[in-house]
Design a protein around this ligand. Structure first.
Ligand code: SF4
Length: 317
């Protein structure tokens, strides 16, 4: 049975997620003209079931379309960003927008928009249908194509314009390198921006290190969390059995049979509180050593959006 837990560092919340959660938290607590107004959130504020359920229990109303929001109401855009068409639709309804898009996602939007304006065809390396990809693509719909794998690159029709490459922020570092290599093979003059963010890069580096020492890796994170899913894939690529679970209730104790060292990490949208029950349970099963494995130190912090000020009752909303 397990005797040791290797805890990946960094793991869990990144600066963009902390900011988005703080934004929704503050907006929910705001009292305007002596009353608390409803707060709508466009898409899941971050891709974690527990975080979203907690906000829902506090009154946040999650919607998939701005047409579901009453005219004039407040709407918070998630960390993953939204397409300009969504912003326009919200404005057309007179919604009061609070934008919690991660600044690193906003940077990819700006690169995409500028490249299309400068005459490029944009190749967006990412997963079609993901909230972030939909938002970024929306900056230049006519000039942006999404590619995921080297095979997608080979299948591209000629566009006739020079190529500019941007990426989703939460991709697998190794898989993306292969896709970018395929793009460079086909378009040697392509201008390439690799936008995988610091948090994704660091968490993948850390999980790789623990997976190489562990007999089993558990990644805490939701199924729709791109970076959590990638963490499991990166761990599994080392040959170590690896599972992604939302929380302790999804862990099958049979996984621990014949396992001495368990590696544990969490996606960028996962509160650290979800790891503690797993560690406590492993201690009860005989683990005597919990070893942090520090691969990188993170000091990144993002300023709150302009729509929010330090006061809990911002008059700007
Ligand atoms: Fe921003 Fe990266 Fe966190 Fe996404 S994973 S919210 S891009 S810091």
């Amino acid at each position: 049975m397990p005797h040791t837990v290797l805890l990946a560092e960094p793991r869990g919340f990144c600066a963009g997620v902390v900011r988005a959660i703080n934004v929704l938290d503050q907006v929910l607590d705001q009292v305007i003209d002596g009353a608390q107004e409803p707060v709508y959130a466009f898409h899941e504020i971050v891709h974690n079931r527990y975080v979203v359920d907690d906000f829902r229990s506090r009154g946040a109303i999650f919607v998939e379309d701005v047409s579901e929001v009453p005219a004039g109401a407040r709407i918070v855009f998630s960390a993953h960003g939204v397409a300009p068409a969504v912003v326009q639709a919200a404005r057309d309804r007179g919604l009061r927008i609070i934008d919690a898009t991660c600044p690193l996602v906003t940077k990819v939007h700006l690169e995409t928009k500028k490249a299309a304006r400068d005459g490029f065809d944009v190749l967006l390396v990412g997963h079609e249908g993901h909230d972030e990809v939909e938002g970024t693509k929306g900056e230049a719909l006519e000039h942006t194509r999404v590619v995921d794998t080297p095979r997608d690159v080979q299948a591209l029709a000629e566009g006739g314009r020079p190529i500019f490459v941007v990426t989703q922020t939460t991709l697998s570092v190794d898989d993306t390198a292969a896709t970018i290599d395929a793009i460079r093979d086909r378009y040697p003059d392509a201008e390439v921006r690799n936008d995988i963010c610091y948090a994704t890069t660091n968490r993948q580096a850390a999980v790789k290190v623990i997976a190489e020492r562990a007999d089993l890796v558990i990644v805490i994170g939701s199924r729709n969390s791109s970076n959590s899913v990638r963490l499991r894939e990166v761990a599994a690529a080392t040959g170590t059995p690896s599972y992604r679970v939302d929380g302790i209730e999804e862990i099958d104790p049979a996984w621990y049979e014949g396992v001495g060292i368990v590696g544990l990490t969490a996606g960028a949208s996962v509160p650290d509180t979800l790891l503690q029950p797993v560690i406590d349970d492993l201690r009860a099963r005989g683990v005597t050593r919990v070893e942090p494995v520090i691969v990188a130190e993170e000091t990144v912090e993002f300023r709150m959006p302009e729509e929010i000020d330090a006061s809990p009752a911002s008059p700007t909303l």
